[in-house]
Each structure stands twice: as structure tokens, then as C-alpha cells.
Design a protein around this ligand. Sequence first.
Ligand code: 4NP
Length: 175
Amino acid sequence: MAETEPFSVLFVCLGNICRSPAAEAVFTDLVRKRGAESKFKIDSAGTIGFHEGNPADPRMRAAAKRRGIDVTSISRPIRPSDFWEFDLILAMDMRNREDILSAYGRWRSKEPLPEDASKKVKLMCSFCKKHNEAEVPDPYYGGLQGFEKVLDLLEDACESLFDSIMAEKSQTSVS
Ligand code: 4NP
């Protein structure tokens, strides 16, 4: 049976030290538990480079660790090549989505980028089934409860994200 290309997902927030590294870790953990590592490429980035090179916020790492999930990624800003390399770019909030799209517009006026890139930028919460929130709220300036809320939303969204990608993969697979 021919193995198809991995499906690539990039999670994006503002600083890439709270929400998107947690999303990367939650989704990686889920993919591993479902035995589907070879089918996915998973990464995260920020719309700003202010925290570049830093590990995730200790509050986010501790909250995820209590749920048995290690957040290990190092912050980096989104870059033009991400629009070639990723099939799906998931923004944590509407501002992130706008910033991703405006960066795409700026970069595209200077270098070739795929034409349909704006279609691959979606909101993380559009995959939530158990929550009605439209956005994953920024927990950075708030209390510890905010980090738990982020993880609740991410766990919900990641479950149906996984299911929807696998369903799409099975439809497009020619093997
Ligand atoms: P994140 O959270 O976008 O979920 O990583 C933030 C991290 C840093 C800042 C704001 C939000 N900051 O202002 O530095």
C-alpha cells in the first residue's frame, strides 16, 4: 500500500510561547496516541519574533504537564516558506489570523508564494465540538485558570482536527 505524504499542520499565536506551542504539544500527543506519527508533520510559530529562541511559558508547560503533556517547542516567528510547507495553518484568535494574512500579502508582493494560501489559514476554534468559543483567548496577562481554559479548548479542537484530517486523507488516498 503506497504511503501518502504527511499532512502538515502549523499552529500560530502571537508570541509562540503559550497557545500555539501547547496546541503543537496537544496535537502531537494525540497523534502519537493514535499511532499516526508518520502521517503528520506538526509545528508552531508566532506572528511576532519577540520571544524567538525561548521555550514556552513555564505556566503553560506546567499546566500541560499536569495533563501528562510535554510542551517542548522553541519559539520562532512565522516565515514565508511556511505557506509552501504547511497544508493547514491554524490561528488561535482572529487577530492572529489577520496578522498571518497580512504577512502573506506583504511577502507575496516580494517573492512567489502559493496562490491559495489564504484558504489554508483557519481558526483553531472552528474545530471545537464541545465549546462555543470562537477564539483561544490569550492567557499571557491573566491567571492560571486561563491556561487551563486554553488546554480545554485545544484538547477539544485537536480531537476533531485529527478526525477531519484522517477522514479527508482516506477520501483522497489512491492506494
Ligand atoms: P501566546 O501568548 O500568543 O499565546 O504565545 C503571548 C505571549 C507573549 C505576549 C503576548 C501573548 N507578549 O505580549 O509578549
